[in-house]
Design a protein. Structure first.
Length: 75
């Protein structure tokens, strides 16, 4: 379990279910945890976006805010 999943705002079961592809309502901290874990696993922004029901661009913004953007800064 990562440090991000040990915060009181994050339900680790909800995060795991989202990663497994089950539809689940997530709060911002849980969505960040999903993006962080799937980015670390090498998943694309498009893949993460499909799982979360958000746009790929939104995933890129979350990654940038978290400092986990694998593509690096945009020019």
């Amino acid at each position: 379990m990562t440090a991000a999943l040990q915060t009181p705002d994050v339900d680790p079961v909800a995060v795991d279910r989202a990663i497994a592809g089950h539809p689940v309502m997530l709060n911002d901290a849980e969505r960040d945890a999903v993006v962080r874990r799937l980015t670390a696993a090498g998943r694309s922004a498009a893949h993460i976006a499909r799982l979360l029901g958000i746009t790929g661009r939104h995933v890129c913004r979350i990654r940038a805010r978290l400092g986990t953007n694998p593509e690096g800064p945009r020019r």
